[in-house]
Design a protein around this ligand. Structure first.
Ligand SMILES: *[C@@H]1O[C@H](CO)[C@@H](O)[C@H](O)[C@H]1NC(C)=O
Ligand SMILES: *[C@@H]1O[C@H](CO)[C@@H](O)[C@H](O)[C@H]1NC(C)=O
Length: 474
């Protein structure tokens, strides 16, 4: 009898292995998952037990016993770093009182060097936002987190932004420098746009990419899903992910928006400032059919809504297309680490340096970095120009932002170059998209348009319209 729920689970598993997130499954009971895990572990099926322990932890992340037992299994499989994190988590959850986790830490120490153990602990501390050490596990030389130079990002108030005679404002508006924009979303309807229930109502069956295991690592592949079931999975996680570790509740949704979805967002109250919608005019001109526009959007991830749980984030990287980008925070907070390409050497390659807690012994040049470290709150917007390194981490259980790719006067040539490379019919490999004749014909038109467009004048014209409107309102 006790096996029955797991039979349907096995089928679900088979479906999930195809990369499709299933719909409408009853969430599994953590207790049952844990019981099955113990049964498998006792029978010696360690690897099979692992996915059940992971699922139990995911279903009930506050249970220090499940957390500890997942660690024991990982220790048996010689994943000592992961195991140590689980034991530290278990102690944190139990206020340092769960004796078995202490015993397991002693056992683990027999397998790893003292230095490695201290490093694991420091790294674990670096992953925790409150950085609070476990009583009794305090080392004298605790030195974790960021040791390189960081500074705050320039903050610009929306009101002062649109003055055509203000040189400083203009230097930001034309997109050469990163900045944070405040009070620019005061008139947006965030009660709708930042509300997961209402958003799900409007976009229930929109296609999204679901990352149950976060996007922190570079080689993760998404599960395809509908927005409704993906958001539902945040709170009621289903599924035994056999090939990935989804034990932490740090799922991420990347929703590549189609043209109609973007319009719907506008209808619901998204009202971007002119410098963040400068692509509207040329997209309309270079692609004739709406299907091409959508193909362009999806293949280049041009416009996205990003929805994530606490701890989810994107590994450190630069955008392949050499494009600029903005993000408007619709719900929750997101931490950003931003750095210009002057520090390419100190960043090694994409995904190497975890900028929120760098391993300076492995990447010593990272000590010379000088970057921006900024937390963007609900209702604030962030802009970064082309070739900026960026890493993100969500700081709240539900965070959501809308983001768009931008061509500017300063990056149009680099982006054209990338698109031309992608649009060679006989090229080998593909970094952005596979060749498609009609898409590439359209892109050529876009690039022609960028060359003749007078970027500075366009911005100024928009600004004058806004100033005039404001004067009329007074
Ligand atoms: C010009 O713009 C900058 C940035 O928006 C602002 O800090 C400054 O106060 C503005 N100067 C004037 C004279 O309005
Ligand atoms: C940091 O890098 C060193 C050298 O490669 C390595 O031995 C150590 O395990 C790393 N620490 C972590 C926590 O990854």
């Amino acid at each position: 009898m006790i096996n029955r729920p797991f039979i349907s689970f096995a089928i679900l598993c088979a479906i999930l292995a195809c990369g499709q997130l299933s719909n409408g499954e009853t969430p599994p009971k953590p207790k049952k998952l844990h019981k099955e895990a113990l049964k498998l572990a006792k029978s010696g099926a360690i690897e099979s037990s692992l996915q059940y322990f992971r699922a139990a932890v995911r279903a009930d992340p506050s249970n220090y016993e499940y957390m500890n037992n997942l660690g024991v299994t990982e220790m048996r499989m010689q994943s000592f770093r992961k195991a140590s994190y689980r034991f530290f988590n278990s102690l944190k959850l139990s206020n340092g009182e769960y004796a078995r986790a202490w015993d397991n830490i002693e056992e683990l120490k027999a397998f790893v060097s003292d230095d490695d153990f201290i490093t694991f602990y420091h790294d674990w501390l670096g992953l925790n936002d409150d950085n609070s050490p476990i009583p009794g596990l305090d080392f004298d030389d605790v030195s974790y987190g960021i040791k390189h130079k960081t500074k705050a990002l320039p903050v610009i108030d929306y009101e002062t932004f649109f003055d055509p005679s203000n040189e400083t404002a203009r230097s930001y508006a034309t997109g050469y420098k990163p900045y944070m924009l405040i009070n620019g979303m005061n008139h947006w309807d965030l009660d709708v746009l930042g509300n997961k229930e209402l958003l799900t109502e409007h976009f229930k069956s929109s296609r999204v990419d679901y990352y149950p295991h976060n996007m922190r690592e570079e080689d993760v592949r998404p599960y395809f899903s509908e927005l409704g079931s993906a958001i539902d999975n945040f709170e009621n996680p289903t599924g035994l992910f056999d090939r990935i570790d989804a034990s932490e509740r740090t799922a991420y949704i990347q929703w590549n928006m189609k043209d109609a979805e973007w319009d719907k967002m506008k209808e619901l109250g998204m009202d971007l400032p002119p410098m963040f919608r400068s692509d509207d005019d040329w997209i309309e001109k270079c692609f004739r059919e709406i299907d091409r526009v959508d193909e362009f959007f999806i293949k280049t991830h041009w416009r996205m809504v990003l929805i994530g749980q606490e701890g989810a984030g994107m590994f450190n990287h630069k955008d392949t297309l050499h494009s600029a980008s903005f993000q408007a925070q619709l719900a929750g907070r997101k931490r950003w680490h931003l750095c210009s390409d002057a520090y390419d050497e100190q960043m090694y390659k994409a995904g190497d340096v975890n900028t929120f807690s760098p391993n300076y012994s492995k990447f010593p040049k990272a000590l010379d970095l000088e970057c921006y470290d900024v937390t963007v709150e609900t209702g604030q917007m962030l802009y970064y120009p082309q070739n900026y390194w960026h890493q993100t981490r969500n700081l709240d259980p539900f965070t959501m932002s809308v983001s768009g790719t931008l061509v500017t006067d300063s990056n149009k040539d680099e982006i054209s170059h990338e698109f031309r490379k992608e649009c060679q019919p006989n090229k080998r490999g593909s970094r952005i998209f596979t060749y498609e004749e009609r898409l590439c014909e359209g892109l050529l038109q876009c690039m022609n348009h960028w060359q003749v467009k007078s970027w500075e004048e366009d911005v100024t014209a928009e600004f004058e319209i806004i100033m005039k409107k404001r004067a009329e309102e007074l």
